[in-house]
Design a binder for this molecule. Structure first.
Ligand code: SF4
Ligand code: SF4
Length: 381
């Protein structure tokens, strides 16, 4: 699912922030006309209709309701997911919150990390959203485990109160300054106890954890741990298989897929990155690519395929799972310096001199939409 980053401003300073290269440094905001181009490019695939709106904190973007409305009313999108910390949810108009295509993923941070006042506001907002706008599957929580002694106890009463059946779990990568202190596998081994304990506590709440792209590599778990988690997963699956997608089940409780594909985040200056884990080295301007399919292929050919030849831990060097591309050994972030040598990726010959205009056009008649034609129609149709 491609994401559009509409602002680099954020009201929090999360210690694990995966967008820290951008957020609150010299925060940029996307202009409305660039949002239209980014939207047009993000939905150019024809198959992938999902769209993410991200920041910084997207609810702080002054034109948040305009961009949401444009994205929601575009017939090519479904669903439109906003990634938020939930503190300033009142900035979104009820007509957008209630739209059938609207989805929300709330990064549920601890009071220690966001401050008690902001935490209380987020909690109140979540309860209000559930009461006023809740619809089946429109709203999910996400938790980022970022240190071995992470105290996630704050989340249990929220999950119970909201009666959620799933929660997204991410094992956040360490900050750049610390990444060389451990190999990827040493890091994931140190995170295993807190991750297993979290999964177990969620199961006791009747809540399924679904891994984000940052998961525990398979070899970090013992056979007993894998078998135990699979048994529990089978029980949930036998009763709930139809409730969730195949993709979700692959990542539920025990992640059964151990590699990732390009996410594609479009930044406020209309450069794209493969994902935030590789943001420092994968910036390319979207107007050098015909459509998002072509950009995805560029990343696969120039990053995903060759990077498997680098190992993020000594154990991965001779591992069959790495050689055949079944396991990335954790996030590519752990080997980005090794692979990119501190440089940004270069455009290949096919894209160096290419130019494509992604101006937003009326999806019905193809006419160019002006600044005032925000909502997917133009004067002639
Ligand atoms: S590539 Fe092999 S050794 Fe490395 S994390 Fe994956 S399974 Fe483990
Ligand atoms: S490299 Fe893969 S695991 Fe790491 S942030 Fe990117 S998509 Fe996620």
């Amino acid at each position: 699912m491609p994401n559009i980053m509409i602002t680099e401003t954020c009201n929090l300073r999360c210690p694990y922030c995966f967008a820290s290269e951008f957020v609150n440094k010299k925060p940029k905001e996307m202009t409305l006309s660039d949002f239209k181009k980014a939207l047009n490019f993000a939905l150019s695939d024809g198959k992938d209709r999902q769209l993410g709106i991200i920041g910084g904190e997207p609810t702080l973007y002054p034109l948040i309701n305009e961009v949401l409305r444009m994205a929601l009313e575009d017939p090519r999108s479904d669903p439109v997911m906003i990634y938020t910390n939930g503190v300033a949810l009142e900035n979104i108009l009820p007509q957008n919150l209630e739209d059938a295509k609207f989805r929300m993923l709330v990064n549920c941070n601890s009071p220690e990390d966001m401050g008690q006042k902001q935490f209380d506001k987020m909690r109140e907002n979540l309860m209000r959203f559930k009461k006023d706008h809740y619809g089946e599957g429109r709203f999910r929580l996400s938790v980022n485990l970022y240190k071995p002694d992470f105290d996630y106890s704050y989340i249990i009463p929220i999950v119970q109160e909201l009666e959620f059946d799933t929660i997204r779990l991410s094992i956040s990568v360490p900050p750049k300054s610390k990444v060389s202190e451990q190999t990827a596998l040493e890091y994931f081994r140190s995170m295993k106890p807190v991750a297993l304990s979290f999964i177990g506590d969620m199961i006791r709440c009747g809540t399924l954890t679904g891994f984000d792209c940052n998961f525990l590599p398979e070899c970090v778990l013992t056979k007993e741990e894998r078998d135990g988690l699979m048994k529990v997963k089978d029980i949930f699956y036998s009763g709930l298989s139809k409730n969730y997608s195949r993709n979700f089940w692959q990542r539920a409780i025990l992640c059964e897929t151990h590699n990732c594909t390009p996410v594609i985040d479009i930044l406020p200056d209309l450069n794209a990155i493969r994902c935030f884990g590789l943001s420092e080295h994968t910036k390319v301007p979207i107007d050098h690519f015909k459509d998002i399919k072509e950009l995805r292929k560029f990343y696969i050919d120039n990053v995903d395929r060759p990077i498997i030849n680098c190992s993020s831990s000594p154990e991965c060097k001779d591992c069959y799972n790495r050689e055949c591309g079944d396991c990335t050994g954790g996030c590519h972030y752990f080997r980005d310096e090794q692979f990119f040598g501190g440089k940004n990726i270069e455009l290949d010959d096919a894209h160096k001199d290419a130019f494509f205009d992604h101006t937003y056009r009326c999806p019905t008649c193809g006419g160019e939409l002006g600044e005032d034609a925000l909502y997917g129609g133009c004067s002639c149709c």
